[in-house]
Design a protein around this ligand. Structure first.
Ligand SMILES: Cc1cc2nc3c(=O)[nH]c(=O)nc-3n(C[C@H](O)[C@H](O)[C@H](O)COP(=O)(O)OP(=O)(O)OC[C@H]3O[C@@H](n4cnc5c(N)ncnc54)[C@H](O)[C@@H]3O)c2cc1C
Length: 409
């Protein structure tokens, strides 16, 4: 079995190791010169030296939003005296993983995958541009299976706001936020209270005159920011130098920072691949992994409100079990299952990206593969429940079921 993996971020590395463990032949194509994906800090924004959009979006002083126990590859402990760490610690851990399993020799750097096309015999034709040859060389290769690991945090999702075109200040997405310095003594509107919105609000409020944080969900009382942060509801309209909220209040602002999330984007997949993105939902993926129309393709990391690095492990076990014929499902069954999943989650009113323990149980039951230990889900629920108070706690996993909390001062 000859497998191509696209991307050498955490998902690509996990996919590569899983394939090598099965003695599959595996080539990884990575457009940058580094492993680690978004975890590489890059001061630059916009286009890279080859004219390709810069992938990295981590910023200075980023704290992880999950404890290290939930940010580790399976069977490779993230050893650290504290539970919440900074971006360089994560990058080092990822590099240690690659070195521990000699993964680098299987990765081809500066190889930009430009097109993936299905062949009639369930194989794949992949067009790869060698960026180092100044973009001249386009290599075509064929593989038995392909695993897409290009990350899902690199195309900014920018909602439409009434009057934003009239606003005279700067407007940026968190994708291009690197440091708080440009916001020194400014009046900054931050939109969105997800992990990035909350974290960046804390960082920008240290230098800005004021920060106005607009968000959709009700604010939990323990989400405390400094006194120059005002919490506001949803935006009604922008004016030239201010913003109006749905509660009728108005704030003067000089800059807008949109922490409004990301859109799924796989520009290299031809229409024949059968993958469609609708309402920011990736359709026709069996169990959110396997391309139901061409099941020798998998995409890792679609449900992303979870513990991703652990999830990559079980997603790979699932795909490999399918490739090895350890379970079967017809294309029709896969498509029906994918459609039902979408309907069920929408009826429930739940985000398609937020997954529950049942998702992992389903993967394990369907493919008869090893499930993830329940303690991860328990710790994840706890971290969500305590919100920002998590940064005052350390966690120790005792066994597959239990963890303990140590309060920090
Ligand atoms: C600001 C920010 C903060 C985050 N904080 C956390 C956190 O605290 N905890 C957590 O668990 N997760 C966090 N995440 C999520 C993070 O994305 C994951 O931890 C992890 O990096 C996902 O790995 P990945 O391999 O799927 O994607 P990525 O890390 O995005 O890697 C994808 C790789 O694919 C390559 N690539 C893309 N397109 C092509 C192509 N066409 N050809 C060749 N190569 C290509 C890219 O260059 C990149 O190296 C954060 C994300 C962001 C943006």
């Amino acid at each position: 079995m000859k497998i191509a993996v696209i991307g050498a971020g955490p998902a690509g590395l996990c996919a590569l190791k899983s394939c090598l463990d099965e003695n599959f032949s595996c080539d990884v194509f990575e457009k940058s010169g580094l492993i680690g994906g978004v975890w590489n800090y890059n001061e630059k924004t916009g286009l890279d030296e080859f004219g390709i959009p810069i992938h990295n979006s981590v910023y200075t002083d980023l704290w992880t939003n999950l404890p290290t126990d939930l940010m580790q590859f399976e069977n490779f402990p993230f050893k650290c005296p504290v539970s919440f760490v900074r971006q360089p610690d994560v990058l080092k851990y990822i590099n240690d993983y690659a070195d521990a399993f000699n993964l680098r020799s299987h990765i081809q750097f500066y190889k930009h995958v430009e097109e993936i096309r299905p062949l009639p015999n369930n194989r794949w034709k992949i067009s790869i541009r060698d960026l180092k040859s100044m973009g001249q060389e386009l290599v075509i290769k064929e593989y038995d299976a392909v695993i897409i690991c290009v990350g899902n945090f690199n195309k900014p999702l920018i909602p439409t706001f009434k009057g934003l075109d009239k606003f005279k200040g700067t407007v940026k997405h968190s994708y291009t936020y690197r440091k708080p310095d440009p916001y020194k003594n400014r009046k900054v509107l931050i939109v969105g209270k997800g992990p990035s919105g909350s974290d960046i609000t804390g960082l920008v409020s240290k230098v800005a005159e004021k920060v106005v944080l607009s968000h959709r969900s009700p604010l939990r009382e323990y989400a405390k920011f400094s006194e120059n942060v005002k919490i506001k509801p949803v935006i009604a309209e922008f004016k030239e130098n201010s913003v109006l909220f749905v509660d009728g209040t108005e704030e003067d602002i000089t800059d807008v920072l949109l922490c409004t999330g990301y859109a799924f984007d796989y520009p290299f997949l031809t229409n024949e691949c059968g993958i469609e993105v609708e309402d920011n939902y990736v359709k026709y993926l069996y169990k959110q992994i396997i391309n139901a129309k061409h099941p020798t393709m998998a995409i890792l990391g679609i449900p992303h409100t979870t513990f991703l690095l652990i999830m990559f492990g079980i997603q790979m076990r699932f795909f490999i079990a399918y490739l090895k014929g350890q379970f079967t499902a017809s294309k029709e069954t896969m498509i029906e299952d994918a459609i039902n999943y979408e309907k069920h989650r929408k009826d429930e009113g739940g985000s398609l990206l937020k997954i529950k323990k049942e998702y992992y149980d389903d993967l394990s039951d369907t493919a008869k593969i090893q499930n993830i230990p329940p303690v991860y889900d328990k710790l994840f629920r706890h971290v969500l429940e305590v919100g920002p108070m998590k940064y005052q706690e350390n966690y120790t996993i005792l066994n597959d079921e239990e963890f303990i909390i140590t309060k920090l001062h």
